[in-house]
Design a protein around this ligand. Structure first.
Ligand code: SAH
Length: 230
C-alpha cells in the first residue's frame, strides 16, 4: 500500500498530522483541499472532510474516485464511552457501527443497515500493523460507534457502550467505513480520546481542552503507522 488517503473531520486534527509529513502539493476538488505529502517511500493524501457522516461519506467517495488510494485511514478525536478508556488514550477501531441508524420499525436491530450489516470491519492487515505500534499512551482495539450527534450525556454514552460494545463515539468513522466497504477499499479508523460523556446535554468540558493534545497523540501514532504499512 503505497498511496494512503487520510481523512480528518477537523482542521486541528489535520494540522497535527500534516506537520509531521513533507508537503509536496495541494489542490482542490469541489471545495475540498487535498494535501499531497511524502513520508519515506509513501505518498499520503490528507483531507479535512468536515463534521458528520454526510461530509465524511462524500469526501471518502471523492477521494476514492479521483485519487486512486490503496487504503484509507480516518484519524481524529472521540468521546470515551467505556470505563476502559481514558483521556488521550488511542483507540484502534476493529469495527464500526452507526449508533443512530434506526430501522427497528422493520424488526431490524438498531444500527443495522440493509446490504451492509450492523458492523463494518476494518482491514485485518491494517489493524495488525497498528497494534504493533507503541507510543507513550495506552492503546486499545475495539468497536467505534458513529452518529450525527455530539454525545455529552452519560446515559447515551452508556447505552452506546452496552448495545454495541463501543469503546468510543465520534461522528464520521462508520460512514467512511461504509463507503470503503461498498467500494472495496481497505480502511482503518484510529481515534484519541478528547472527552467522555459524563454531563447533562450541552455541558461538555474537556473537548476544547484536549482537542489539540489528543490530535497530537493520534498524529504521533499515525506517523509511525504510515512507515509500517507495506
Ligand atoms: N468544535 C466544533 C464541533 C466539533 S464536533 C464546532 O465548534 O463546530 C466533535 C468532533 O470530534 C467530531 O468530528 C467527532 O467525530 C469528534 N468527537 C469527539 N468527542 C465526541 C463525542 N463525545 N461525541 C461525538 N463526537 C465526538
Amino acid at each position: 500500500m503505497k498511496k494512503i488517503g487520510i481523512i480528518f473531520a477537523l482542521k486541528e486534527e489535520l494540522e497535527a498530522t500534516l506537520k509531521k509529513l513533507t508537503l509536496k502539493n495541494e489542490y482542490k476538488i469541489f471545495d475540498l483541499t487535498f494535501y499531497e505529502c511524502e513520508k519515506k517511500d509513501k505518498e499520503c493524501i490528507l483531507v479535512e472532510c468536515g463534521i458528520g457522516k454526510v461530509n465524511a461519506a462524500r469526501c471518502t467517495q471523492i477521494l476514492i474516485d479521483n485519487l486512486e488510494v490503496d487504503c484509507i485511514l480516518n484519524i481524529g478525536v472521540a468521546g470515551g464511552v467505556s470505563k476502559k478508556v481514558n483521556i488521550c488514550d488511542v483507540v484502534i477501531g476493529d469495527k464500526l457501527v452507526q449508533h443512530d441508524f434506526d430501522l427497528r420499525a422493520f424488526n431490524h436491530e438498531r444500527g443495522y443497515i440493509p446490504n451492509v450489516g450492523l458492523y463494518v470491519n476494518c482491514d485485518e492487515y491494517l489493524i495488525r500493523t497498528a497494534e504493533k505500534i507503541k507510543i507513550d499512551t495506552n492503546t486499545h482495539v475495539g468497536t467505534i460507534a458513529s452518529g450525527d450527534i455530539f454525545v455529552t450525556e452519560l446515559n447515551m454514552g452508556e447505552k452506546i457502550n452496552s448495545k454495541f460494545g463501543a469503546l468510543c463515539v465520534e461522528m464520521e468513522g462508520a460512514s467512511i467505513a461504509q463507503v470503503c466497504y461498498l467500494s472495496n477499499v481497505p480502511f482503518l479508523v484510529i481515534r484519541s480520546i478528547s472527552d467522555s460523556p459524563n454531563k447533562s446535554a450541552n455541558n461538555n468540558i474537556t473537548f476544547d481542552e484536549f482537542l489539540e493534545k489528543s490530535s497530537n497523540t493520534v498524529a504521533k501514532f499515525v506517523n509511525k503507522l504510515i512507515e509500517k504499512i507495506d
